[in-house]
Write a protein that binds this ligand. Structure first.
Ligand code: FE2
Length: 298
């Protein structure tokens, strides 16, 4: 098992980073995690990385992505990285109050796909991506309009809405010339305000893996998703780290396992079993076609 100290040494965040995050609405900390930290995370995820069509304890497929919903069941190192003191301190300072963990998932791009249009994820939180491999324009480099989290987009919204997304008129933002595209090696950390306008150009190579977490200010803790933790992984957390998960009122007197009562990702997106089966089937066909192409060169 990896020592906690080895992870904590990886991430140092300074006052300038906080200022940049406030001003720009996003922050990239390139290549922050050590190689052995990333390898440890990948090793822990390997057993959970089985594709099924309706298994929220293992992993699920939604469209082009494979998700592990409950990292607290399988990856102590991912949880330690997300709840490391530097990130928590930054989130506390950003909100001006204690930050709590809103969600912590793993996402892998398992199919290529077209661009995601510009949008805001709304919400009062900070999103943290920990990239486990190289990020570039081929594997999936999110682009941001810096400063757009500060508002002024009401007249640029489109009619198309989703419960956690506001889509904006692409013509109102010049992504080709005025956006910032994330890039970096494995272990790069991206932090962004949920309100910032961003898009994702076409993904032409599969395999991008992300530890995807959300922090909320404690006053908005009710927005947090439920998350299942193994007792073993919770036992490895400090008192301070644990207080970010089982916030006041919920923490008192309950066992260290929280069974989900609210919506999971697939519930949020209303994915029926039939649709999940369709996603898995289409993914299998995608794999066969890719293999055929590789063999025949067509
Ligand atoms: Fe988004």
């Amino acid at each position: 098992m990896i020592e906690k100290e080895e992870i904590f040494q990886d991430i140092d965040i300074n006052e300038g980073d906080l200022k940049a995050l406030k001003l720009d609405g996003m922050l990239v900390l390139p290549n922050k995690l050590k190689k052995n930290t990333i390898e440890e995370i990948k090793k822990q995820l390997k057993n959970f990385n089985k594709i099924t069509f309706n298994d929220q304890i293992g992993s699920i497929i939604i469209s082009e992505n494979q998700w592990i919903d409950n990292l607290g069941l399988c990856s102590s190192t991912s949880i330690q990285v997300i709840l490391n003191p530097s990130l928590l301190e930054l989130a506390d300072a950003y909100f001006g109050e204690k930050a709590v963990l809103g969600s912590c998932r793993y996402q892998k791009k398992i199919k290529t796909h077209g661009p995601l249009p510009p949008h805001s994820d709304k919400g009062p939180g900070l999103v943290v991506f920990i990239f486990l491999n190289q990020i570039d324009e081929i594997t999936g480099s999110t682009r941001f309009i810096k400063g757009s989290h500060l508002g002024g987009i009401k007249d640029k919204l489109t009619k198309f809405k989703h419960m956690d997304t506001d889509y904006v008129d692409p013509a109102a933002f010049n992504f080709e010339y005025s956006s910032f595209a994330v890039s970096g090696g494995p272990g790069t950390i991206l932090i962004f305000n949920q309100k910032i306008i961003h898009d994702l150009p076409k993904i032409s190579k599969t395999g991008r893996e992300i530890i995807w977490a959300t922090f909320y200010p404690q006053s908005k803790a009710y927005l947090s998703d439920d998350h299942i933790f193994s007792r073993n992984i919770l036992a490895q957390l400090s008192e301070s780290q644990r207080s970010r998960i089982l916030f006041d009122g919920v923490a008192k007197g309950v066992p260290f396992m929280k069974i989900g009562g609210n919506l999971s990702v697939s519930d949020t997106y209303n994915i029926s079993n039939f649709k999940r089966l369709y996603y898995v089937t289409s993914f299998c066909i995608f794999l066969i076609v890719e293999k055929f192409r590789a063999l025949t060169g067509i």
